[in-house]
Design a protein around this ligand. Structure first.
Ligand SMILES: [Zn+2]
Length: 290
C-alpha cells in the first residue's frame, strides 16, 4: 500500500480495469526508474534472479543473501533512532478506552495506550502510520533489520514449499513517497489516489516495517504465493495489512501483497483470529483531516 499499488477490481470501470492490468509493469517501471536514479537496485548475491528489492536509495535493498557489513548501515532497527531521539524530547502518553468496547471481542475491550515520541505515534507499543497518524519528514530508518530477517526466514520456508517470495518494495522515504503520490494524483486525481496511495508522511513503507511482496497489484491475488503468504505470514511476525472489506477502517483498498511487521507471531495470530483490521484492533482511525 501506500504508493506503488494501483488496483481496481470493479469491472464496470473499464478504463480503470485496463489501467490496473498494466499496473505491474507501470509500477515496476516507476519504481525501477526511481531506484535507478539513485543506484539502489540490486540483486541477491546468492539468490534467484527474481529475488530483488527496490528501494529509494535511503536504504540498501533488503535481501536475505546480503546481510553483511555493506548493508549494515541501512539495516539499523527502527527502534534505534526512536529510542535515541526519545531521550531529548517529551513523551506524551494518554490512555483512552476503545470506542469499540461494547461491540467487539475481548481483544479490543481493553484501553489502549497511545504514546507520541518525536512526532511518531505508538499505540500499545505499535508504531502507527496511516491517514490519521503521520511520520515526520525526517524519519528515515531504512528497512527494519528484524523485519528483514523475519522476511528471509519466511522466504526460506516458502521456498521449501515451492513458493517464491521476494521483496518488491520495502522502505520508502518521505521524498520518494511524495514523488509516487504526486504522480498518482496527476494520473487519477486526488480522491482516487488517496484510496491506494499514501500521502507523503503517511506511508507505512516509511516506517521500514512494511513490505510489498512479489507483485503489487491485483494480479497477485489468488496466486499460490498470495495464499501461502496469507496462511503463513503471521508465523513470522507479519500481518496482511489491508484486507478486503476493511477500507473504511484502514483507509485503503485491499492489498494482498502488503505485509506489516509487528514482530510477535502470537500478536499477529491474535489479530488475524479477531477478523479485525489493525485500526479496529487498536481502536484507532485512518482518516485525513482534509
Ligand atoms: Zn505497500
Amino acid at each position: 500500500m501506500n504508493g506503488e499499488s494501483k488496483t481496481n477490481t470493479n469491472n464496470t470501470h473499464k478504463s480503470k480495469a485496463s489501467h490496473s492490468k498494466h499496473l505491474p509493469v507501470l509500477v515496476c517501471t516507476l519504481l525501477a526508474a526511481a531506484a535507478l536514479t539513485v543506484g539502489a537496485v540490486s540483486r541477491a548475491r546468492s539468490g534467484s534472479d527474481t529475488q530483488k528489492a527496490i528501494t529509494d536509495g535511503s536504504s540498501s535493498s533488503s535481501l536475505c543473501a546480503s546481510q553483511d557489513s555493506s548493508g549494515a548501515k541501512e539495516q539499523e532497527p527502527v527502534t534505534t533512532s526512536a529510542t535515541t531521539a526519545a531521550e531529548n524530547t517529551q513523551t506524551e502518553i494518554k490512555t483512552r478506552p476503545s470506542h469499540l468496547e461494547a461491540a467487539k471481542p475481548a481483544a479490543v475491550t481493553a484501553a489502549h495506550k497511545t504514546e507520541v515520541k518525536n512526532g511518531i505515534t505508538y499505540v500499545d507499543g505499535i508504531l502507527i502510520a496511516n491517514k490519521t497518524y503521520s511520520l515526520p519528514q525526517s524519519y528515515a530508518p531504512g528497512l527494519d533489520a528484524q523485519a528483514q530477517a523475519a522476511f528471509c526466514n519466511m522466504q526460506q520456508a516458502a521456498a521449501a514449499d515451492g513458493i517464491e517470495l521476494w521483496i518488491c518494495s520495502g522502505y520508502r522515504s518521505y521524498s520518494y513517497q511524495k514523488k509516487l503520490y504526486d504522480n498518482y494524483v496527476i494520473a487519477d486525481g486526488k480522491e482516487e489516489a488517496d484510496r491506494y496511495s499514501a500521502r507523503p508522511g503517511h506511508s507505512e513503507h516509511q516506517t521500514g516495517l512494511a513490505i510489498d511482496v512479489n507483485e503489487p497489484s491485483d494480479e497477485f491475488n489468488d496466486t499460490p504465493a498470495a495464499r501461502w503468504l496469507a496462511a503463513h505470514c503471521n508465523e513470522y511476525g507479519f500481518i496482511i495489512r489491508y484486507k478486503p472489506g476493511k477500507e473504511s477502517s484502514t483507509g485503503y483498498m485491499a492489498e494482498s501483497w502488503h505485509i506489516r511487521y509487528l514482530g510477535d507471531p502470537e500478536l499477529c495470530k491474535k489479530i488475524e483470529a479477531s477478523g479485525l483490521s489493525l485500526e479496529e484492533y487498536l481502536g484507532i482511525t485512518s482518516k485525513y483531516r482534509n
